[in-house]
Design a protein around this ligand. Sequence first.
Ligand SMILES: [Zn+2]
Length: 290
Amino acid sequence: MKNQKNKSNKRIGGHVSASGGFLTAIREAKRIGANTIQIFGASPVRWSALLPDSETAKKFISECKINDINPVFLHAPYLINLASPKGNMPRISEALLERHLEIANELGAFGVIFHIGSRGTRPQKESEHLVAKELSDILGRIKEGRLIIENSAGAGNLVGDSLEEVGSIMKLVNNPRLGFCLDTAHAFEAGIFADFSKKGVDNFAKMLNDKIGADNLWAIHLNDSKTPAGSNKDRHENIGKGLIGEEGFSNFLNHPIFNGVPAILEVPGYDDNGPDKKNIETVKRLSGID
Ligand SMILES: [Zn+2]
């Protein structure tokens, strides 16, 4: 219950654009009232990525400090597919993820959140071993920073749509710098977290603690879902306006396993401009923060 008394210090934010440079992400965070953010460290649709120049990186770190924005997460490019059965795809995916971990370290970010990808025709167990080896290799070469696996909505042969899959990869890697990001919409859509009643949330929390370990839950992608539980269709909705709903989020946000974990919104926003003040205020209200 350590987090209950610290409610006013709860970390709530969203994915913000850094397309005008990393410092614009801080302006965006302030505009929407976020005290934690997620950004892309480079273009999410490019295979190459430059490290930020050290001047910019220093300024970004100090501005985050001044404005009490922490933790900062990077979201890895969507191109990454560590489990792909195709040619050199796993190898270039590993290299790109490694690069983004370096960028995260330059920017003083907590870590990089990424999707494992689709295994296609590659068998499940083989995929888990391949991904574990890739992650171990990256963490072996880059000595600081964290990698954070995000659960997927489960379409196709995506790896990481169940807590068992993520948990088994984490056990194989067995590295304290590998953690988990729970996306509420993806978990709902994948059908692994279909019931957001008090009892349903509690059951899911127990399962998460059992398969992954509550201490390894480092971030939450807080998203409502436009599509039904088990649909495997990934469509995010503003908090309380989708099929998880306000009561579901209230149960979730007030559960002791989830209430102290930084919450990052990846919602469409009320102006279709992404995470906004209104969504952040909804989360605060549902968390019992004024
Ligand atoms: Zn997400």
